[in-house]
Structure formats: structure tokens, C-alpha cells
Design a protein around this ligand. Structure first.
Ligand code: SAH
Ligand code: DHB
Ligand code: MG
Length: 230
């Protein structure tokens, strides 16, 4: 990754100080590499950030869009209380298979359900089912980010936490002409958050082993209350 080499070195130092050796997560990286999956999972520090966020929110039902090899799913599933559940959506059946093995090895097979298909379609089933999620992590195809947030608002309740990975993209977010579809997707997400009273949001800009990026973090509000409070 490009950028200041201290970003990577500080991440390595923090990993050593703040994390314990973790054979199950190390196995995910090993197995993903062996299976030829791209190394685009979360950094360990951001995986732990999501894990802590889920615990702070007291999340019992978590939804993830974009499973890859299950690295972030494992961080999130470990935050669940007994009886909690994580549903993760993945378009690629081969990635889902690798993830299933990784999640099984981590002892989380009974907690995590992987649903294979284009997320906008698999989301429709969840919306029809109607039970809201407490925390939703979106980390799939970036051009669809605004569409995903619109869709997941229909499986949210006031208080639901919505997190979207990779919205700053090395600063490309500022490119208003946005010929690049992922950047255009990030900007559509910011427009959505600007326009929709039921999204109360921030972006945490991040640097580290994966370069310069940022995470969108929002809490879903009661839209009526938000309108009258302004
Ligand atoms: N959250 C993962 C990384 C996800 S990478 C982690 O940190 O471990 C992005 C994933 O989104 C890839 O596995 C990709 O196949 C998946 N994806 C891309 N388009 C998708 C779509 N339309 N529906 C569901 N998943 C999709
Ligand atoms: C890509 C996707 C991600 O979710 C990420 O965190 C980094 C890179 C990508 O598609 O290149
Ligand atoms: Mg990502």
C-alpha cells in the first residue's frame, strides 16, 4: 500500500500491544491466500473497531454485505451474546465456500449464516421477512453503497448502527467529476446521508496497513422526531 510507511508500522505495533495471537484469524489469511482470494479484508485494527462497535451497541442481530473469506464476519460474530446471529451476504459462491470453512474453524458455524447471491436480491428476502438488525456492515461493490443503505433502512429500527467501509478511497471522495464508479458511489452515499433525516452520520478517516481510507458510521433515527427537532 502507498502512503507514509509509519501507517503500516504503527498498525504492526498496535497489533502487538492490543491483540492476542489469534490462530483462527491467522488461518483466514492463510486459507484466503491459498484459495486466491484478494487481500481486501479489513485490517486487524478496523476488524477490532467493528467488533467493539457491535459490543458497544449491544448488537444481537448483525447483517454484513460482502463476506469474502469471513475475516470481518468472524470479528463481528465474536461480539454477539449467546443466541445472537450474523447473516452475511456474498455474491461469489467460491468465496462463500472458503468463508464457510474459515467460520467453521473459528467455532462460529452455528452463529453465522452465509447467503449467496447479489446482495440487492438477497436483501429483498430479509426485507420481506421484516426482523430488524442492530448493526449492519456494508463492504461489497462500492458503486451500490447508496442503494445498499437505502435497502438496509428497511431492515433497521431507530438505533440501528450502519457502517460502510472504504468511503474515502485515498481522498478520491473529493473528486466531484467522479468518473470512477466506486468514488461516485461514495458521493451518492454522502448525498443520501445529507438528504435523509433518518441517517445521523459521520465518517472516520483512517490510515494504516491498508492505506488511507475511511468508514461511514451512522445511527438510524426516527425520521419524524429528527424533523421536528430541527
Ligand atoms: N468484509 C470482508 C471483505 C469484503 S470484500 C472482510 O473484511 O473480510 C468485498 C466482497 O463483496 C467480495 O467478496 C465480493 O465478492 C463481494 N461482492 C461484490 N459484489 C457483491 C454483490 N453485488 N453482492 C454481494 N456481494 C458482493
Ligand atoms: C477493495 C474492496 C474493499 O472492500 C477494500 O476494503 C479494499 C479494496 C477493492 O475492491 O479493491
Ligand atoms: Mg472493504
Amino acid at each position: 500500500m502507498t502512503g507514509d510507511p509509519r501507517w503500516r508500522d504503527v498498525d504492526a505495533y498496535l497489533d502487538e500491544r492490543l491483540l492476542r495471537p489469534d490462530p483462527d484469524l491467522e488461518a483466514v489469511h492463510r486459507e484466503n491466500t491459498a484459495a486466491g482470494l484478494p487481500a481486501i479484508d479489513l485490517s486487524s485494527m478496523l476488524g477490532k473497531f467493528l467488533h467493539l462497535l457491535a459490543r458497544i451497541a449491544g448488537a444481537r442481530r448483525i447483517l454484513e454485505i460482502g463476506t469474502l473469506g469471513g475475516y470481518s464476519a468472524i470479528w463481528l460474530a465474536r461480539a454477539l451474546p449467546p443466541g445472537g446471529r450474523l447473516i452475511t451476504l456474498e455474491i461469489d459462491a467460491r468465496y462463500a465456500e472458503v468463508a464457510g470453512r474459515n467460520i467453521d474453524r473459528a467455532g462460529l458455524a452455528s452463529v453465522v449464516e452465509i447467503r449467496v447471491g447479489p446482495a440487492l436480491e438477497t436483501l429483498e428476502e430479509l426485507i420481506a421477512h421484516g426482523e430488524p438488525f442492530d448493526l449492519i456492515f456494508i463492504d461489497a461493490d462500492k458503486p451500490n453503497n447508496a442503494a445498499y443503505v437505502e435497502a438496509v433502512l428497511r431492515v433497521s429500527r431507530p438505533g440501528t448502527v450502519i457502517v460502510v467501509d472504504n468511503v474515502v478511497r485515498g481522498g478520491a471522495l473529493l473528486d466531484g467529476s467522479a468518473a470512477e464508479p466506486s468514488t461516485a458511489g461514495s458521493r451518492r452515499l454522502m448525498d443520501l446521508a445529507h438528504d435523509r433525516p433518518e441517517l445521523d452520520a459521520t465518517v472516520v478517516q483512517t490510515v494504516g496497513v491498508k492505506g488511507y481510507d475511511g468508514m461511514f458510521v451512522a445511527v438510524v433515527e426516527d425520521a419524524e422526531k429528527r424533523r421536528t427537532a430541527r
